[in-house]
Design a binder for this molecule. Structure first.
Ligand SMILES: Cc1cc2nc3c(=O)[nH]c(=O)nc-3n(C[C@H](O)[C@H](O)[C@H](O)COP(=O)(O)OP(=O)(O)OC[C@H]3O[C@@H](n4cnc5c(N)ncnc54)[C@H](O)[C@@H]3O)c2cc1C
Length: 437
């Protein structure tokens, strides 16, 4: 996704591009063909609603930027209500043929095993980056800054948390500043609530691991349901331990268990549920997590998961031009940068392709504006996200800066989303216009 889009964008700016693709010679457990633009699982690019949905807005921006992935998706579109679903075979045929027919693009089959020392490169090798290249990246970045599995805890919109129930406090009030001492949001549980929660967790439907996905996943990121299976009290002694916390609403009551949420972005609009990585099915997750006092009406920016997924600690490693700080001749794009999803990956490819081509042509190009969907994503992964706990992110309105004067909460949501998408379209159009001049 990202590599194809990046090649298309750079080639259209007049730069000669070589695509290196390891398939079909070297396969992954998910890809089935040797074609470019292969959709490894679902055949959907999700919502196409560019007024009320952040993914739909990303579609809009990619279409406005003459994106290859969107153009080919529109060509292969299947009926799917408000979603953009495609015929996957013809989609990857069109992507492959369009790139092969481009006078500025050539394809060289074969694996890249080392980080190139010179020339301009975009590494868009995805969640299943080959192990040789993964090792080479780790040698450059340090092993702890390239992960091979994600462990995604659900993320909740701050405005949907009931603050009459939850309170702000770090365990034992740790921290130098007041901000540090109130870094966590705490949701208390009684014994009955805890027992009911464990029952629901054990009964919930779970997703299976794909073949080849399991190796090593138990290292330090057990799904909460696996912890619960090990004993009903395990969570109460792990991520749900109630010690070092006093409920500011009811100081005299000692909670039996406490669920903690931690800020997930600088804007403070998103909170992740600490230690709650899970393989529960999405429907089950919302039911189970809304049993947590204070989260009864929670809206989720992202649900939890654990997958085989190669990704960088982008907040520490990449600059806002998507270059590896230690080797600026190399850019990264796509899922390996810590975004998640076909659309987000392709969007990061679009941006990297334009930024790389501009650099080669000696033109200064700012990264996408922060109030666009593309810009919100790049600002998150290269700056706004918490580096220490960085996990892959899909595009969502929680990444957007608030629009002044609009009502918070569920009621104002429709107007708010429209204001975000209007502002994004205007900013993104200006950014594109600047490149045409
Ligand atoms: C099993 C699985 C299921 C997924 N399902 C979905 C889904 O349903 N919907 C969704 O939106 N997202 C899904 N994703 C997440 C993600 O959006 C896709 O993986 C998406 O294809 C990522 O785009 P990308 O361009 O970053 O990587 P890819 O599309 O995977 O492209 C990377 C390319 O790099 C090649 N490559 C890797 N290493 C090397 C090397 N060393 N040298 C040369 N070539 C190399 C690979 O062969 C591949 O063609 C899934 C991921 C996985 C692993």
């Amino acid at each position: 996704m990202a590599g194809s889009e990046a090649a298309w964008q750079a080639a259209n700016m007049g730069v000669q591009v070589v695509i290196h693709e390891m398939r079909p010679e070297i396969e992954t457990f998910a890809h089935q063909t040797g074609k470019l633009g292969e959709m490894v699982c679902s055949n959907s690019f999700r919502s196409d609603d560019d007024e009320q949905n952040a993914v739909g807005l990303l579609h809009w921006e990619m279409r406005a930027a003459n994106g290859l992935i969107m153009a080919m998706a529109d060509r292969c579109r299947l009926p799917a209500g408000g979603a953009l679903a495609v015929d996957r075979e013809s989609f990857s045929d069109f992507v492959t043929n369009t790139l092969m027919d481009h006078p500025n693009v050539s394809v060289e089959p074969g694996e890249i095993r080392d980080l190139p020392e010179d020339g301009h490169w975009i590494i868009a090798t995805g969640p299943l980056t080959s192990s040789a290249l993964g090792t080479a990246i780790q040698a450059e970045t340090g092993a702890e800054r390239l992960a091979f599995f994600d462990a995604i805890a659900p993320i909740v919109y701050a405005e949907s948390i009931d603050m009459d129930v939850a309170w702000l406090q770090s365990r034992y009030d740790k921290g130098e500043t007041e901000e540090e001492q109130k870094a966590y949001l705490n949701c208390p549980m009684t014994k009955d609530q805890y027992e009911a929660f464990i029952d629901a967790l054990l009964a919930a439907e779970k997703t299976e691991f794909h073949d080849g996905e399991t190796a090593g996943y138990f290292d330090g990121c057990l799904p909460i349901e696996v912890m619960a299976e090990r004993g009903r009290e395990t969570l109460r002694h792990g991520p749900m331990k109630p010690v070092g916390l006093t409920n500011s609403h009811k100081p005299e009551e000692k909670a039996y268990a406490v669920v903690q949420l931690r800020r997930d972005n600088t804007l403070g609009t998103l909170y992740n549920i600490v230690g709650f990585q899970t393989k529960m099915k999405y429907g089950a997750q919302t039911d189970v997590f809304r049993m947590i006092p204070g989260l009864e009406h929670a809206s989720f920016a992202r649900l939890g998961g654990i997958h085989r997924n190669t990704f960088l600690n982008s907040p520490t490693l990449l600059d806002d031009q998507m270059r590896l700080k230690s080797k600026p001749n190399i850019r990264f794009a796509g899922q390996v940068t810590g975004v998640e999803g076909y659309v987000e990956s392709a969007a990061m490819g679009l941006l990297a392709g334009r930024l790389a081509a501009a650099e080669i042509l000696g033109i200064h190009l700012d990264t996408a504006p922060q109030d666009s969907a593309m810009g919100a994503l790049i600002h998150h992964i290269t700056g706004g996200a918490e580096a220490k706990t960085f996990q892959p992110m899909n595009v969502n309105f929680g990444l957007f800066r608030p629009v002044d004067g609009l009502k918070g909460g569920r009621r104002g949501r429709k107007d708010r989303y429209k204001a975000y998408t209007d502002r994004a379209k205007s900013e993104f159009s200006q950014w594109l216009k600047g490149q045409d001049e």
